[in-house]
Design a protein. Sequence first.
Length: 120
Amino acid sequence: MSAFTLDFEKHPQLRFRIDNFAVPASARADFQAAMQRNFAFIQTLPGFLWHLVFEKASGPSTFNIVTIAVWESPDAIEKAIAAVRAYYEKIGFNPGAATAEWGVISEVGQYHVLDDIDHS
Protein backbone atom coordinates (compact mmCIF):
# COMPACT_ATOMS: atom_id res chain seq x y z
CA MET A 1 0.00 0.00 0.00
CA SER A 2 1.37 3.41 -0.91
CA ALA A 3 1.23 6.45 1.32
CA PHE A 4 -1.10 9.28 0.40
CA THR A 5 -1.30 12.80 1.79
CA LEU A 6 -4.43 14.86 1.44
CA ASP A 7 -3.04 18.05 -0.06
CA PHE A 8 -5.88 20.57 -0.17
CA GLU A 9 -3.56 23.35 -1.33
CA LYS A 10 -2.48 21.36 -4.38
CA HIS A 11 -5.96 19.86 -4.94
CA PRO A 12 -8.57 22.19 -3.41
CA GLN A 13 -11.47 20.42 -5.12
CA LEU A 14 -10.76 16.83 -4.06
CA ARG A 15 -13.59 14.37 -4.60
CA PHE A 16 -13.94 11.00 -2.94
CA ARG A 17 -15.86 8.08 -4.39
CA ILE A 18 -16.84 5.98 -1.38
CA ASP A 19 -18.59 2.71 -2.13
CA ASN A 20 -19.95 0.30 0.48
CA PHE A 21 -20.65 -3.34 -0.35
CA ALA A 22 -22.24 -6.29 1.40
CA VAL A 23 -20.49 -9.18 -0.34
CA PRO A 24 -21.54 -12.75 0.41
CA ALA A 25 -18.64 -15.15 1.01
CA SER A 26 -19.75 -17.19 -2.01
CA ALA A 27 -19.22 -14.18 -4.30
CA ARG A 28 -16.01 -12.89 -2.75
CA ALA A 29 -13.61 -14.21 -5.43
CA ASP A 30 -15.70 -12.91 -8.35
CA PHE A 31 -16.28 -9.58 -6.64
CA GLN A 32 -12.61 -9.15 -5.80
CA ALA A 33 -11.56 -9.97 -9.37
CA ALA A 34 -13.96 -7.32 -10.69
CA MET A 35 -12.72 -4.84 -8.10
CA GLN A 36 -9.08 -5.48 -9.10
CA ARG A 37 -9.93 -5.06 -12.79
CA ASN A 38 -11.70 -1.78 -12.04
CA PHE A 39 -8.77 -0.49 -9.99
CA ALA A 40 -6.27 -1.39 -12.72
CA PHE A 41 -8.35 0.68 -15.13
CA ILE A 42 -9.18 3.74 -12.99
CA GLN A 43 -5.60 4.29 -11.90
CA THR A 44 -4.75 5.03 -15.56
CA LEU A 45 -7.32 7.84 -15.79
CA PRO A 46 -6.49 11.56 -15.57
CA GLY A 47 -7.16 13.02 -12.15
CA PHE A 48 -6.94 9.73 -10.25
CA LEU A 49 -4.89 10.16 -7.07
CA TRP A 50 -5.36 7.15 -4.79
CA HIS A 51 -7.46 4.12 -3.92
CA LEU A 52 -7.92 2.03 -0.81
CA VAL A 53 -10.09 -0.97 0.08
CA PHE A 54 -11.29 -1.69 3.60
CA GLU A 55 -12.66 -4.96 4.96
CA LYS A 56 -14.88 -4.77 8.02
CA ALA A 57 -13.15 -6.01 11.16
CA SER A 58 -16.12 -5.54 13.51
CA GLY A 59 -19.27 -3.53 14.06
CA PRO A 60 -22.97 -3.67 13.28
CA SER A 61 -22.88 -2.53 9.62
CA THR A 62 -24.11 -4.95 6.96
CA PHE A 63 -21.38 -3.70 4.63
CA ASN A 64 -18.17 -5.71 4.72
CA ILE A 65 -16.14 -4.04 1.93
CA VAL A 66 -15.61 -0.29 1.54
CA THR A 67 -13.63 1.31 -1.27
CA ILE A 68 -12.39 4.87 -1.48
CA ALA A 69 -11.05 6.42 -4.65
CA VAL A 70 -9.64 9.95 -4.51
CA TRP A 71 -9.94 12.26 -7.52
CA GLU A 72 -8.41 15.69 -7.97
CA SER A 73 -11.66 17.44 -8.95
CA PRO A 74 -15.37 17.05 -9.71
CA ASP A 75 -14.54 17.18 -13.43
CA ALA A 76 -12.00 14.35 -13.09
CA ILE A 77 -14.47 12.07 -11.30
CA GLU A 78 -17.27 12.79 -13.81
CA LYS A 79 -14.96 11.98 -16.74
CA ALA A 80 -13.83 8.82 -14.92
CA ILE A 81 -17.42 7.66 -14.45
CA ALA A 82 -18.01 8.03 -18.18
CA ALA A 83 -14.73 6.26 -18.98
CA VAL A 84 -15.56 3.35 -16.66
CA ARG A 85 -19.00 2.96 -18.28
CA ALA A 86 -17.39 2.87 -21.73
CA TYR A 87 -14.75 0.40 -20.51
CA TYR A 88 -17.38 -1.92 -19.04
CA GLU A 89 -19.36 -1.78 -22.28
CA LYS A 90 -16.21 -2.58 -24.27
CA ILE A 91 -15.38 -5.64 -22.14
CA GLY A 92 -19.01 -6.77 -21.86
CA PHE A 93 -19.30 -6.33 -18.09
CA ASN A 94 -22.63 -5.27 -16.61
CA PRO A 95 -21.98 -4.32 -12.97
CA GLY A 96 -25.67 -4.21 -12.05
CA ALA A 97 -26.31 -7.69 -13.42
CA ALA A 98 -23.13 -9.08 -11.89
CA THR A 99 -23.80 -7.73 -8.42
CA ALA A 100 -27.40 -8.96 -8.58
CA GLU A 101 -26.20 -12.43 -9.62
CA TRP A 102 -23.63 -12.45 -6.82
CA GLY A 103 -26.12 -11.18 -4.23
CA VAL A 104 -24.05 -8.07 -3.53
CA ILE A 105 -25.77 -5.04 -2.02
CA SER A 106 -24.12 -1.67 -2.58
CA GLU A 107 -24.37 1.95 -1.58
CA VAL A 108 -22.19 4.34 -3.58
CA GLY A 109 -21.58 8.06 -3.63
CA GLN A 110 -19.33 11.02 -4.22
CA TYR A 111 -18.12 13.03 -1.25
CA HIS A 112 -16.19 16.22 -0.60
CA VAL A 113 -14.64 17.56 2.58
CA LEU A 114 -16.80 19.93 4.61
CA ASP A 115 -15.21 23.36 4.42
CA ASP A 116 -16.78 24.69 7.61
CA ILE A 117 -15.24 22.06 9.92
CA ASP A 118 -11.87 22.62 11.61
CA HIS A 119 -9.72 19.72 10.30
CA SER A 120 -6.55 20.70 12.17
